[in-house]
Design a protein around this ligand. Structure first.
Ligand code: GLY
Length: 361
């Protein structure tokens, strides 16, 4: 029997299912609604239904899988389904899925009848180490990421790493990028351990749990992202803009969130080395390490121009200033840093150079 791990409202390991069972038994919700997507309904729902004793059968609400469905139209479908299936203010929503399901399902729960209780059961690595924790919920606005949403903590987050057995390798890598980010903003040793992360290795659950702890401790200190929590956006100012650009530019194949953030972290670390003297040898090691995991991407002049324009929509901007989180070293951050256009351009040149060196090596 695995040991129960707990921090805040997050529980991990097989015994976490008993925590959810007790919560459902004791909280006396009038009805339970489980939001899944087409993939998690097939691969993860049977396990959940096996583990939990529902007094009344829960209602299953299914959405299409994929970032392109993380929008207000999908919310409308879910709000209508909740309404047609008689959800009341004492209903419970369980979000069973990756980051799209936990972000969007959380938003639907927070807004339906001014707020229902919800529980997150993340089934992707990205959702386990990042999206399901800390109460950020929301949807994209066209190709702009997470522009509409609210912050409200779920009642519980239940982590069972066995769900990762059916997750494609590219999605494991996508979640690994957020673990690497936790290393950059907190600990060099953890960053290096995460470079070798593999779901098959013995320490995978330990590494996942370390990420959960890093994130949860930061969220507890600054739940509404007034200051410290902004460090969790390391690499995201450029990363989100890159992700949006790939989403809206055909025929480019969309990048997974973590793939875009991995590029954003190399760019942000280069900028950190120029503005805050982040050590150059560590910059090289970080860039090489990341590019061993994530394929290099080509950015043309017009790609870079459109990415710079998209950065204007970043939620961390204030008074028209584009705000970056930068690092002086591993775990030593500075928030609200202003970065010139020319330095952003130089960062892309640096990225192209390291990609080329790796290809030639
Ligand atoms: N994903 C960053 C945060 O939750 O603050």
């Amino acid at each position: 029997m695995q040991q129960l791990k707990n921090i805040g409202s997050v529980y991990c390991g097989t015994p976490a299912w008993s925590i959810l069972n007790s919560y459902i038994e004791e909280s006396d919700h009038s009805r339970v609604y489980i939001i899944t997507d087409t993939n998690t309904r097939q691969h993860c729902l049977p396990k959940l239904l096996n583990r939990i004793n529902f007094e009344k059968s829960p209602q299953i609400l299914e959405i299409s899988a994929g970032e392109q469905y993380k929008n207000i139209n999908t919310c409308m479908e879910l709000w209508r389904s909740l309404s047609q299936n008689n959800a009341d203010r004492n209903s419970l929503v369980i979000n069973l899925g990756g980051g799209v399901v936990t972000d969007l399902g959380g938003f639907v729960a927070c807004t339906f009848k001014r707020g229902l209780d919800f529980v997150n059961i993340p089934t992707s690595l990205l959702a386990m180490v990042d999206a399901s924790i800390g109460g950020k919920t929301g949807v994209d606005l066209d190709s702009l990421k997470n522009q509409v949403g609210v912050i409200r903590e779920p009642s519980l987050v239940i982590l069972d790493v066995d769900f990762l057995d059916t997750l494609p390798q590219a999605h494991i890598r996508s979640g690994q990028a957020e673990m690497l980010k936790h290393g950059l903003v907190r600990s060099e040793e953890y960053f290096n351990n995460c470079l070798d992360f593999s779901i098959e290795s013995k320490n995978s659950e330990e590494l996942i749990w370390e990420s959960v702890q890093i994130k949860q401790q930061i969220v507890e200190e600054d739940p509404m992202e007034k200051g410290l929590r902004k460090i969790l956006n390391y690499g995201h100012t450029l990363g989100h803009a890159i992700e949006s650009h790939f989403l809206e530019t055909r025929p480019k194949a969309p990048l997974l969130h973590g793939e875009a953030i991995a590029i954003g972290m190399i760019l942000a670390t280069y900028i950190s080395s120029e503005i805050l003297n982040f050590p150059k040898d560590s910059l090289e090691e970080i860039s090489n390490g990341i590019l061993q995991i994530y394929a290099g991407q080509h950015f043309s002049e017009s790609d870079i121009k459109s990415i710079r324009e998209l950065m204007i929509y970043d939620k961390k901007n204030e008074n028209g200033r584009i705000n970056f989180v930068l690092l002086k070293d591993f775990g030593d951050h500075e928030i609200n840093c202003e970065v010139s256009d020319s330095l952003v351009r130089k960062a892309f040149e640096y990225y192209a150079d390291v990609c080329e060196k790796i290809t030639l090596a």
